[in-house]
Structure formats: structure tokens, C-alpha cells
Ligand binder design. Structure first.
Ligand SMILES: [Zn+2]
Length: 335
């Protein structure tokens, strides 16, 4: 059942839990209309089982006693294989409140993963200060209940053993949305981001508090092979989304790749908080496209921190979690 503007206005609170004022109610209604007009095509309805009961996301938010300790996200029907394109097929995903999770593929064994939300379109009160973090499955409801913030859609980031997958989810109508890269780029152009490196990228996006379209643009720059995204051009060869890319460049998030002249993520932007920024590299001699992508992934990997505790990794490891969290959260590594 779709969630309407009135229902949202009844749930929403201003910052510090104050009652909503009339301009905020109007902003929610307008934002909702814009979201429904522009959201990506649906791949199918989702059934959400939140703490044992099937119910819409915002119905559970409205009940402060629901902890979101265990959330099942299940597809009511499998989309045709051709619709998945950039996404790994699943039948259901079980999210524990702390972010440990299980993905059940349509066939074959389940996989233990780490999950985080990245809020996308929604309403923010002008006085709301975004956390700049990727909330856990129970952290997102807490942030909404604190007031000033209502996500209409969110990306569910799944950090699996081999790579990170991102599912765009409509939280209002409970739908899985098509990946924004589908139909625009060939599937073969997808850059695989191993989970640790992807965690650096996703944290960069979260703390930059980008408008959702700019965040997706940054993701396209990072996750599509440079040779396949000539539509995005470069600083000297403007392509699509010129203004969005210039906004990202002005914030030092993208720059010209010395190898290709095309936009690339600024590697130094991937470092976050716990380490001193790496010294600025001298402009690299022209390398192949593959080399520049590999260099960026290595840079992101070197700057990753443990997604559960935030500690820096011991040198030489490649797991998604530090050794301690690996034992506590995922149990012994499965062989
Ligand atoms: Zn840890």
C-alpha cells in the first residue's frame, strides 16, 4: 500500500521532535510528487517483514516500539532475468539491526554479508543536520524518529565477500527499483568494487551529503569503465550531466584522469577521518584504462576502515571486517 503525503506528515517531526509547521507539510507533499514522477522503473513489489510482521516501512516507523531488529526484504515475484542487469539476483535479504545480514539468492546457498542504508530522495527540514553516515538497519529508523528527515528512497548497500551490491529501494511503496545505470551502459562496463574499497567510496558519498542525482553521477563515474562512459565527457569535452559533474569537480570529488582525460574520482577524497590524507600524487604518465581503474580501487582499499567498529585494518588483510568483528559478527570465516 503506497504511503501518502498525509500519512507522512502525521509521522514526521521537525528537528528535536517539534511538531511540523505548514511549510514543512507542503514541502513533503511537493517532494513526494517529484519523487513519484522521477523514480526509476520498478523491478517489482517487495514484502517487508519488520520484527515478525509484514507491514509497510513507514507503518513500522510510526510505532516507536518497533526496533527494526530483524527486517526481511523479500521480492514478491522474481523479475525476469534480463531485468537484473547490473544487480545480483536475490529472493530475500535478512537484515539484523546491527547490519549483519544474509542474502538468499533465487537458488544456491545464502551468503552472510554486511548491510547499510544510504538515504536518497526525501524531505529534510532546513534545520536538519545530516549525519553523513551510512545507517544500520536499526539506525535508519532511529534517525527518522529523531525528526527533521524522511527518506522516500534509499540504497541498500550489501557488502558481500566478493564485491558490494547496491539495491535502490522505494521505501514508500515498497518496491525494488531498476539500477540507474541499466539501459545507459552495457553490463560489461561495470567496474567490480570489492567490498572494502566500496566501503571507502560509499562513506565518501554519505559524508559529502550530495543531492541524490549527484551521488548517482559519482557512482557512475566510479563504477563504469572509463572507456564506456564517453557520454559523461571530461573537463575539456563536455558530455551529459555537465552541471552535475562540475558541481562534483568544484567539491574536489572528481577530476580529469591523466590517462584518459575523462572524469575520475579524486583518489584522495576516498580517505576518511581516521588517517592523514595521502600526499598528492604527481600526475601519472598515461596508463591504460584498466590501470587507472585498478589504481583507484587500490587507493580506496588502502583507505578503508572496518565498517562495524571503524578501526583501521591490520596490514596485509583483505577481509571486509577487522579480525575481531569478523569473529563477533560473522562468526568463523566460512570456507
Ligand atoms: Zn571491526
Amino acid at each position: 500500500m503506497p504511503t501518502g503525503a498525509q500519512e507522512l506528515a502525521d509521522i514526521a517531526r521537525g528537528p528535536s521532535n517539534a511538531p511540523l509547521d505548514a511549510p514543512s507539510i507542503e514541502a513533503i507533499a511537493q517532494g513526494l510528487k517529484a519523487y513519484r514522477r522521477s523514480a526509476a522503473p520498478s523491478l517489482g513489489p517487495l514484502k517487508l517483514v519488520i520484527d515478525g510482521k509484514a507491514r509497510p516501512f513507514y507503518q513500522a516507523i510510526a510505532d516507536p516500539k518497533v526496533p527494526f531488529a530483524r527486517v526481511e526484504v523479500a521480492l514478491e515475484a522474481a523479475p525476469p532475468a534480463s531485468d537484473w542487469v547490473f544487480l545480483r539476483p536475490f529472493s530475500r535479504i535478512l537484515l539484523a539491526g546491527d547490519g549483519s545480514a544474509e542474502v538468499h539468492p533465487p537458488s544456491g546457498p545464502k551468503e552472510r554479508v554486511i548491510a547499510r542504508w544510504l538515504p536518497r530522495e526525501g524531505w529534510r527540514h532546513p534545520g536538519h543536520r545530516p549525519s553523513g553516515r551510512l545507517p544500520t538497519p536499526s539506525g535508519l529508523p532511529t534517525a527518522i524518529r529523531e525528526g527533521g528527515f524522511l527518506p522516500f528512497g534509499a540504497a541498500l548497500e550489501i557488502y558481500a565477500s566478493e564485491e558490494r551490491w547496491r539495491y535502490e529501494i522505494d521505501l514508500l511503496d515498497g518496491r525494488l527499483l531498476a539500477d540507474p545505470r541499466a539501459g545507459r551502459y552495457p553490463k560489461a562496463a561495470r567496474v567490480r568494487w570489492p567490498s572494502r574499497a566500496a566501503w571507502s567510496l560509499d562513506r565518501l558519498i554519505a559524508r559529502s551529503n550530495l543531492a541524490p542525482d549527484d551521488a548517482r553521477l559519482l557512482e557512475a563515474v566510479a563504477e563504469i569503465e572509463p572507456g564506456a562512459r564517453s557520454d559523461l565527457g571530461g573537463p575539456t569535452q563536455p558530455g551529459r550531466d555537465v552541471q552535475g559533474l562540475e558541481r562534483l569537480a568544484a567539491r574536489h570529488l572528481v577530476e580529469a584522469d591523466p590517462a584518459t582525460g575523462r572524469w575520475q574520482i579524486v583518489p584522495e577524497a576516498l580517505g576518511g577521518g581516521t588517517r592523514a590524507p595521502a600526499p598528492r600524487r604527481a600526475p601519472a604518465p598515461a596508463r591504460g584504462l584498466q590501470e587507472s581503474v585498478r589504481g583507484l580501487l587500490a587507493e580506496a582499499d588502502a583507505r578503508a576502515t572496518c565498517p562495524m567498529c571503524g578501526d583501521a585494518f591490520a596490514p596485509g588483510g583483505h577481509g571486509l571486517l577487522c579480525d575481531r568483528c569478523q569473529r563477533e559478527v560473522l562468526g568463523a570465516p566460512s570456507s
